[in-house]
Design a binder for this molecule. Structure first.
Ligand code: NAD
Length: 493
């Protein structure tokens, strides 16, 4: 059982009113992982106050970038040193299977953090090209050679609000760039996965991140509402659903907050008739079963050329049946549970919609008989899906693939773009040149060709358009999301 020290506010561990707590449940076993403190609006206000004071009155925001990079590097080193404990917690509180915990849940965010630290070390003011101004008072008199530099200031106090599916990845991915740039932060993790965040607070405490620079409060929408509406917050960095993203924009509008929004998706994977079928099926399988379908960038609409669709569907259903379903504590498990009963209800609701539609259920569609406890749901495949139906348009966030047929590339691109989301996408084809041209026409934040680069690159920007969000995380623009430019002008001579 994990025991939390409390909320991390102003460099201290803070007990919540009446010691209010809530059990965090392991979604595979339904056992209690630990009792988590539940913060309230007053705790959120105390954390905002601490972060505001640290920004306005300490030297954090004005220290040289290399000094902050040194502190954040010590933090990331200490995080890695406690990696085994953090990974065990990701597996038990988020239900992530071990291969996923090792790779995308843990190794990738560490790579992102190291990339940002290296970039911060090379950060310099940007010199502006000089320009000559004529002398307006005396056309024959001396002109002015003017130039300047662009500096980058922190935005101020940032509220970071994260979802349950990748708790370590997303919490670290907000702390590191925000603090490197000189902002101070209040982090609110999902109430379903509070412990990974509180471990990060312990590490910040151990390595001596200055008090008030990083604050961690738990709680639900009530705490999130305070963090996104309080005038002392300058920016909200949010990852979560499109509905909550829209609410946050509205909550932050009266005080004109900057928002960085990483939201949901319903991405399309196009399989052309000339694709390598085995590789498309392997990618298709991962794209609806990874983390039981609880991934924002998963390509859960499979647009398959009608000439090969029957073969694709048969091979995908067979591959899905071969997945080892079970408790993520067992390293042999390939497919784990959904986060909780409410998420499983949501998946079941959409599967009922699918059954009632013109689509054909070709696999799954039920809870696995082999699992007596936990919130499991079988990998589920619908063929012949109408792209306008609810199962093709809404983000289900569960292991449900929708196979949709097409006959021409233009039709495939049109169906892929017929979505309120635009986060990710994929194309499988032997003709990589054509796939590249089609990628240019997809209205989305990223496109992988023939399965992509093998992993999430440490320096690739990520983010969406339409209802998938605003702004980009990771890559070369990441630190800029947490910065504002300031132009300083002077005479060059
Ligand atoms: P959610 O939107 O329900 O909750 C996310 C966070 O918002 C939680 O911490 C929650 O307590 C908080 N919250 C809820 N209401 C709020 C309000 N009114 N004001 C402020 N905060 C509020 O998301 P979830 O169910 O935890 O996670 C799944 C969603 O996250 C999916 O839509 C998924 O696509 C998305 N997601 C996106 C990315 C990305 O990078 N684009 C990554 C992971 C997950």
């Amino acid at each position: 059982m994990f025991t939390a020290r409390g909320l991390y506010i102003d460099g201290n561990w803070h007990r919540v009113a009446n010691d209010r707590s809530e059990a965090v449940i392991n979604p595979a076993t339904e056992a209690v992982v630990g009792e988590a403190p539940v913060g309230n609006a007053r705790d959120a206000e105390a954390a905002i106050g601490a972060a505001r004071r640290a920004f306005d009155a300490s030297d954090w925001a004005i220290r040289p970038m290399v000094d902050r990079a040194e502190v954040i590097e010590r933090f990331v080193d200490a995080v890695e040193a406690r990696g085994a404990e953090i990974k065990a917690m990701i597996t038990s509180e988020a239900g992530s299977v071990q291969w996923l915990t090792e790779s995308l849940q843990f190794a990738t965010p560490i790579e992102h953090a190291r990339y940002a630290i290296a970039e911060a070390r090379g950060w310099r003011p940007v010199a502006l090209a000089p320009e000559v101004s004529p002398n307006f008072y005396d056309p024959d008199g001396p002109g002015t050679l003017g130039t300047g530099v662009v500096l980058h200031d922190p935005v101020g106090v940032v509220a970071a609000i994260t979802p349950y599916n990748f708790p370590f990845f997303l919490n670290l991915g907000k702390i590191v760039p925000a603090l490197l740039m000189g902002n101070t932060l209040v982090l609110k993790p999902s109430p379903l996965t509070p412990f990974v965040a509180l471990i990060l607070g312990e590490i910040a405490d151990e390595i001596g991140i200055p008090k008030g620079v990083l604050n961690i409060v738990t709680g639900g929408a009530d705490v999130g509402t305070v963090l996104t509406s309080d005038a002392r917050i300058d920016m909200v960095s949010f990852t979560g659903s499109d509905a909550v993203g829209a609410a946050i924009m509205a909550q932050g509008a009266p005080t004109l907050k900057r928002v960085l929004l990483e939201l949901g998706g319903k991405s399309a994977m196009i399989v052309r008739a000339d694709a390598d079928l085995a590789s498309a099926v392997a990618d298709g399988l991962a794209n609806f079963t990874l983390h039981s379908g609880q991934g924002c960038a998963l390509q859960t609409r499979h647009l398959v050329h009608n000439r090969i669709r029957a073969a694709y569907v048969e091979a995908l259903a067979e591959a899905a049946r071969s997945l080892v379903i079970g408790n993520p504590a067992d390293p042999a498990t390939m497919f784990g549970p959904l986060i909780g009963a409410a998420q499983r209800d949501r998946v079941e609701h959409y599967v009922e919609h699918g059954r009632a539609s013109s689509a054909r259920l070709v696999g799954g569609g039920r809870r696995p008989a082999s699992q007596v406890r936990g919130f499991f749901y079988e990998p589920t495949i619908f063929d012949d899906v109408d792209n306008s139906s609810a199962i093709a348009q809404d983000e289900i966030f569960g292991p449900v693939a929708c196979v949709i047929g097409f006959d021409t590339d233009d039709e495939a691109v049109a169906i892929a773009n017929d979505s309120k989301f635009g986060l990710s996408g994929g194309i499988h084809s032997a003709d990589v040149g054509r796939a590249y041209s089609m990628a240019g026409r997809l209205r989305t934040g990223d496109v992988s060709i023939n399965g992509g680069a093998g992993k999430m690159l440490s320096h690739a920007p990520f983010g969406g358009i339409k209802r998938s969000g605003l702004g980009r995380e990771y890559g070369s623009g990441w630190l800029h999301e947490y910065a504002q430019s300031k132009t300083v002008l002077f005479h060059a001579g």
